[in-house]
Design a protein around this ligand. Structure first.
Ligand code: PEP
Ligand code: MG
Length: 542
């Protein structure tokens, strides 16, 4: 047994095989084939294997996220049998005497391009699906030649580091735990691990040698330890701890449907943070009262080019519809710093956290900003949406944003496109915004305090730099007093105030936050019920 320690970013215990995630591109090589009949048979077999995998995924997803959300795996099975798709692949193999991987790759590109160019939004979405199923077939075909992919069985993912864009692309059903050599507690990858409710460790001093692949391991997310090839006693102890954890979760589920109310009758809104519409299943499963932070930049990170108005509209509409009248706060694009998308072509900066990011990009490039605002306003008809602007530092910014937002509404009106007048709020995540929160409160409908960035800028501690973790005090009095000041200034102007940074889930601070008058706490979905439990145990009159 080998034991490696790191820093836990989310508790829980995972038991399973290790999968090393090293950076490798799955490139498809074109090869000449003599026996094309044999190659077609190879494709047919891979297709059947893919369908079986999808059938298993469907069953699993049905239990975890419900029938409606699982339906995509049924659709994928049907797409694999689509006559045109299969004909195209077999035709390429026969006519060009090439390998199946290449024929699948070309067909995927052709079909995806064809779907993307269609006007119908539903058909456009099929482009991603055809790519997805094709990648699965190519993976299976390549497996026969010795490569292995994460989606073959649920595994403990071991990596040097994971970028947020890499993390969001992982098939969450196949991830038991994340363990990385680098990374920091407040990084977006850590936040995603919390959203996904899986044990995760960072800063683990383990050499990523290929022999680790497939080895049995246990991650103890409470102690911040991974055991590789655990001995019997360790395994038995941790299995027991895992069962106890499951029992605790079962008890928490009894809190579903209950109010977020203290013993002395103060109610608080408890919302969830998401980065993707796929996370909506976690939001519903954990009974959140709304979405307090939809990190819309993940829509951009998952795309290889600027997402269109139509694509964004479909996503926001889905969130609005799924939440069925509960508030969904969409935070506008917060790209930059650790969240980079190549196609934005941003210059390399000395201090990216203090650089051209978030609202600064939107104000410099109003075309991108307006596309997003149009999509949000159009989707506002389908539920209770709200907009929130990140990284605000001045009154002038807010005034300019309001002008642009008004222009967007005027354009929609002129085009006879329906929209609702929705709440517009700002994030308070810079010390500058805190200090002028009395003035900002007169301009907006709500405040949401981003404690991740607010802590970073207040303590001058880069949230991405693991070497600074020992200097980082999440309970620094400076940050807590700032939150208090923001609450007072918000309430003087009769607007509501929430916290959507990670501190909102810190149960040691819940009582203090409620005493400050915080109206809403937005946390990773898995923290909703523990937070409700905490709120219900408090008596603020004492
Ligand atoms: C924050 O800064 O606290 C916040 C919620 O935004 P993000 O973590 O996405 O920067
Ligand atoms: Mg922030």
């Amino acid at each position: 047994m080998e034991k490696y320690s790191g820093k836990s970013v989310y508790g829980g215990i995972a038991i399973g095989k290790i999968h090393l995630m090293t950076k490798r591109e799955q490139s498809i090589v074109r090869r000449k084939i003599e026996d094309t009949d044999k190659e077609i048979k190879r494709f047919e077999e891979a297709k059947e294997t893919a369908k079986n995998q999808l059938a298993q995924l469907y069953e699993k997803a049905k239990v975890e996220v419900g029938e409606a959300n699982a339906a995509i795996f049924e659709i994928h099975q049907m797409m694999l049998d689509d006559g045109d798709y299969v004909d195209s692949i077999e035709n390429i193999i026969t006519k060009q005497s090439v390998n199946a991987e290449y024929a699948v790759g070309i067909t995927a590109d052709n079909f995806a391009e064809m779907f993307s160019s269609m006007d119908d939004a539903y058909m456009k979405e099929r482009a991603a699906d055809v790519k997805d199923i094709s990648e699965r077939v190519v993976r299976i075909l390549s497996d026969a030649e010795g490569t292995k992919d994460v989606s073959q069985e649920p595994s403990i993912i071991l990596a040097d580091d994971l970028a947020p864009s890499e993390t969001v692309q992982l098939d969450k059903n196949m991830v038991l735990s994340f363990v990385t050599v680098h990374g920091s507690t407040n990084s977006h990858t850590a936040i995603l691990a919390r959203t996904m409710n899986i044990p995760a460790l960072i800063g683990v001093n383990i050499e990523l040698s290929p022999e680790l692949e497939g080895k049995m391991a246990v991650v103890d997310g409470f102690a911040g330890v991974i055991y590789v090839e655990p001995d019997e006693k360790t395994l038995a102890d941790l299995k027991k701890a895992k069962d106890e954890e499951l029992e605790k979760q079962r008890l928490l589920l009894e809190l579903k449907g209950q109010e977020n109310i203290t013993k002395d009758g103060k109610t608080v809104l408890v919302y969830a943070n998401i980065g993707n519409v796929k996370d909506l299943a976690y939001v519903l499963a954990n009974d959140a009262g709304g979405i307090g932070l939809f990190r819309s930049e993940f829509v951009y990170l998952e795309s290889s080019t600027y997402p269109t108005e139509e694509e964004q509209f479909m996503i926001y509409k889905k969130a609005a519809e799924t939440m069925a009248g509960k508030r969904v706060i969409i935070r506008t694009l917060d790209i930059g710093a650790d969240k980079q998308a190549d196609y934005f072509d941003l210059d390399k900066e000395e201090n990216p956290a203090m650089g051209l990011r978030a609202i600064r990009i939107c104000l410099q490039r109003p075309d991108i900003f307006k596309t997003q605002l149009r999509a949000i306003y159009r989707a506002s008809e389908f539920g209770k949406l709200a907009i929130m602007y990140p990284m605000i530092t001045s009154l002038e910014e807010v005034k300019r944003i309001k002008e642009i937002s008004a222009e967007v509404r005027a354009e929609l009106k002129k085009e006879n496109i329906n929209y609702n007048d929705i709440e517009e709020g700002i994030m308070i995540e810079t010390p500058a915004a805190v200090m002028i929160s009395d003035l900002l409160a007169k301009e907006v409908d709500f405040f949401s305090i981003g404690t991740n960035d607010l802590s970073q800028y207040t303590m001058a501690i880069d949230r991405q730099n693991p070497k600074l973790d020992s200097f980082f005090n999440p309970h620094h009095e400076a940050v807590l007093r700032m939150i208090d000041l923001v609450c007072q200034n918000a309430h003087k102007e009769n607007i509501w105030v929430g916290i959507c940074g990670e501190l909102g889930a810190d149960l040691k601070l819940t009582e203090r936050f409620l005493k400050m008058g915080v109206d809403e706490l937005s946390v990773s979905p898995s923290y909703v019920l523990p937070l409700r439990n905490k709120i219900r145990s408090l008596d603020l009159s004492k």
